[in-house]
Design a protein around this ligand. Structure first.
Ligand SMILES: [Ca+2]
Length: 239
């Protein structure tokens, strides 16, 4: 909580917008994406060369989520997950969205081979999307830092760092939209976002049965493997 509070103060001092959804908030910056308008028309209006997109391959083991789009500018990281409503959102034993970031766009730091072939995620968000069944809440995850071996694996190597202020909205029965202000992301010591962009991954979990879970990017699942790993999705900064 402490780190998040400090980062909010820093945010105000720089006069960046307070998340007004497309409003400038008193600075020159105007967000291109409104995360609360239940529409994707602002995504369609973006320079599509600056939008990172991943669609799952034809035979994913985890098939609850079909597609992800991520767009980042100098203030926000925005993302959309397109999921199968028959496999997500109405029923849950567990309810959590995980977001993984390769902050420095470097394979020399970070890990989590459990999900990603390049295994260089530095920060993970973890938080629920529902307060109770069918009642969506705003995404306000906790951030964890990778403390394990470089390119290593193991859930226990994620260490809690701080809570994060974010925003989310179900656009319709099959699309979730969310964003986080970059300044609100607690980073590992001596690490900053790479100028060119960063790596991104996401999972939606409702129980631990494979057909109720989706993660992206995801590769084809080889015979005998539990999951099909892919490199994280590269997201270029549009700034
Ligand atoms: Ca890294």
């Amino acid at each position: 909580m402490c780190l998040a509070a400090i980062s909010m103060v820093a945010c105000k001092e720089k006069n960046t917008p307070s998340g007004g959804g497309g409003q400038g908030g008193g600075s020159d910056y105007v967000a291109k994406i409104n995360v609360k308008d239940k529409s994707l028309s602002d995504w369609d209006a973006l320079d599509q060369a600056k939008v990172a997109k991943f669609e799952v391959p034809s035979n994913p083991l985890w098939d609850g989520v079909h597609m992800i789009k991520v767009y980042a500018d100098e203030v926000y990281i925005n993302w959309i997950l397109v999921f199968d409503p028959a496999k997500y959102a109405k029923h849950r034993d567990v309810d959590v969205m995980h977001i993984f970031l390769n902050v420095d766009n470097s394979e020399e730091t970070g890990g989590y081979f459990d999900l990603f072939q390049d295994a260089c995620a530095d920060i993970m968000f973890e938080g629920p999307l529902f307060g109770e069944p069918n009642v969506a809440i705003n995404y306000a995850p906790s951030a964890y830092e990778w403390t394990g071996d470089v390119n290593g694996e193991g859930w226990d190597s994620w260490a809690l760092k701080a809570s994060v202020k974010a925003e989310s909205q179900f656009v319709n029965d099959s699309v979730l939209e969310a964003r986080v202000m970059i300044e609100n992301i607690p980073l590992p010591k001596n690490m900053k976002f790479a100028k060119e962009g960063f790596g991104f991954g996401a999972t939606l979990t409702q129980n631990f049965q494979p057909d109720a879970v989706g993660f992206l990017p995801q590769g084809n699942t080889p015979d005998g493997e539990l999951i099909g790993r892919s490199n994280m999705l590269f997201v270029p900064f549009d700034k």
